[in-house]
Write a protein that binds this ligand. Structure first.
Ligand code: ADP
Ligand code: TYD
Length: 210
């Protein structure tokens, strides 16, 4: 039997991840794949606590946030009902909007990136993406997209932070280059052109799995 794929989308806030997750899942479903799309932070109780911190309803130290993401991710993988390991076992292709590279990049700007990688080692051992797709958008463009769409900004959504996060993503890709498959796509273009690059890459993966 063919193994179904697990694909993680990555990028700074406003880079177009949710748009591309939707486009890729529609493409795959039209070709007969069972697709489960998901996101982190999740909407479980742990993910909800994280979202309350981001929307300034609660306060927490950056190290606590990094720890909450470790727990949210493990629940995302292991939960008996909605866990990703179960979804893959049930025959779904799984596409997630953010996974552990988000932790490396976002928390690596506030604390040791090696600690963050180590803290997520259990998740990486349980499930490594067949492909990490990084949508590369300039922090300026991404800030203008975020500000257009909303009245308030979240905890990590400042231009300076997004610049640091983008740098940390590239540092993390370099550190993990022997272990991880990363596809970097230029996100400063139209949604259709980006989607077509992504589809081409995923089609190669699907061909290889046959
Ligand atoms: P993310 O999930 O990474 O935060 P979204 O997909 O929600 O990003 O996109 C953020 C905003 O930018 C949305 O208003 C979306 O319609 C818009 N957007 C997404 N991709 C593009 C693109 N390639 N060009 C212009 N605007 C885009
Ligand atoms: P998300 O809802 O994906 O925001 P956006 O659609 O704007 O990209 O993610 C919310 C925030 O969570 C985002 O600022 C990135 C942050 N985040 C972390 O700090 N660590 C993590 O491990 C993950 C998955 C997300």
């Amino acid at each position: 039997m063919n193994k179904n794929l697990f694909i993680a989308f990555e990028g700074i806030d406003g880079s177009g991840k949710s748009t591309q997750v939707k486009m890729l899942s529609e493409y795959l479903m039209a070709r007969g794949h069972k697709v489960y799309t998901t996101f982190e932070p999740t909407d479980s109780p742990i993910g909800t606590m994280i979202r309350n911190i981001f929307s300034h309803k609660m306060e927490a130290d950056h190290r606590v946030i990094a720890g909450l993401f470790v727990a949210d991710r493990l629940d995302h993988l292991l939960n008996a009902q909605y866990g990703l390991l179960k979804k893959l076992e049930d025959g779904y292709t799984v596409i997630t909007d953010r996974y552990y590279f988000s932790s490396y990049a976002y928390h690596g700007t506030h604390m040791s990136i090696d600690w963050v990688i180590q803290a997520n080692a259990l998740s990486a051992d349980l499930l490594r993406p067949d492909l990490n797709i990084y949508i590369d958008v300039s922090p300026e463009i991404s800030m203008s997209r975020i500000q257009k769409g909303r009245e308030s900004t979240e905890l990590y959504e400042t231009l300076e932070n997004l610049r640091n996060v983008r740098e940390k993503y590239f540092e993390a890709f370099e550190k993990q280059k022997d272990r991880e498959k990363v596809f970097i796509v230029d996100g400063n273009r139209s949604t259709d052109i980006i989607a077509s690059d992504i589809v081409k890459k995923v089609a190669i993966l699907l061909e290889a799995e046959k």
